[in-house]
Design a protein around this ligand. Structure first.
Ligand code: XBP
Ligand code: MG
Length: 253
């Protein structure tokens, strides 16, 4: 039986509620800086999340919702500049208002104590991951992760499996030695296409998505004094997600 050796975390929506409270307002601030009257509401942003990647999301928005916008000659350059501004705002916002989701600190701590390796697989830019880890988790937390796969390091973003393949290669582990933790349908598709056992901690944006294929679907990782709700799968009598439950799910595959 293969041993579980690493946990691979998605970032946005999984480690913290960054989409609603940091990415979205960061896009809006970058639009305002550029003199654009584009403003993405909390609800509308949920639709835009169908497209992974910030640059890809801006481009999709222009094509689908701003068809009268006079396209600049260098559209790639225009989008890249907006996105660079958005990344600067994101780093500021993440320091000001983002906390990790319930159970994240506890699980990371337990993994470190038990020598379980940690990794990140995200669509978001590397600078964003670094800012989130340093500011919302712990100043030195970047060093806890043996592999960080982020943003443009791969050609195809989630739901393609590329970022998970990248991380598995960096870890020098097989998929059956790892467990992925995601919050979205697209993330689940990416992880499952890379043959990873995957658990889901959903949030308001992803609540109604299809999570078939997930080993377990939870409303959060939970805490000893704040139990999770199991929406699909079997957690036996566990009330929060820890390494014992991770190993149990891993063995059950
Ligand atoms: C997050 C994303 C990203 C962020 C924006 O995916 O889809 O596009 O919304 O980040 P995941 P960038 O949950 O897989 O991390 O602007 O840096 O692309
Ligand atoms: Mg996510």
């Amino acid at each position: 039986m293969t041993e579980l050796r690493a946990l691979i975390f998605d970032v946005d929506g999984t480690l913290a509620e960054t989409e609603r409270d940091a990415h979205r307002p960061a896009f809006n601030r970058a639009f305002a800086d550029a003199g654009l009257d584009w403003n993405w509401s909390v609800e509308f942003y949920g639709k835009l999340l169908e497209v992974a990647g910030g640059k890809e999301r801006i481009r999709h928005y222009i094509e689908k919702y701003q068809s009268n916008f006079p396209l600049p000659g260098d559209l790639d350059g225009f989008v890249a500049e907006l996105h660079a501004g958005k990344t600067r705002h994101f780093r500021q916002l993440v320091g000001d208002r983002i906390e990790p989701r319930k159970g994240v600190r506890r699980l990371l701590q337990e993994a470190r104590e038990e020598g379980m390796r940690l990794a990140i697989a995200t669509t978001s830019a590397q600078k964003n991951v670094e800012a989130l880890l340093k500011r919302a988790i712990a100043p030195e937390s970047l060093s806890w992760f043996d592999a960080i796969g982020a943003g443009d390091m791969v050609a195809e973003k989630k739901p393609a499996p590329d970022i998970y393949h990248y991380v598995l290669e960096k870890l020098n582990l097989q998929p059956e030695e790892c467990l992925a933790i995601e919050d979205s349908h697209q993330g689940l598709l990416a992880a499952r296409s890379a043959d990873l056992t995957t658990i889901i901690t959903l949030n308001d944006y992803t609540r109604n998505q299809d999570f078939s294929g997930a080993a377990l679907v939870l409303d959060s990782l939970g805490e000893p004094d704040a139990p999770f709700t199991v929406l699909a799968g079997n957690a036996d009598d566990a009330t929060y997600f820890d390494l014992a439950l991770a190993r149990q799910l891993h063995r059950g595959v």
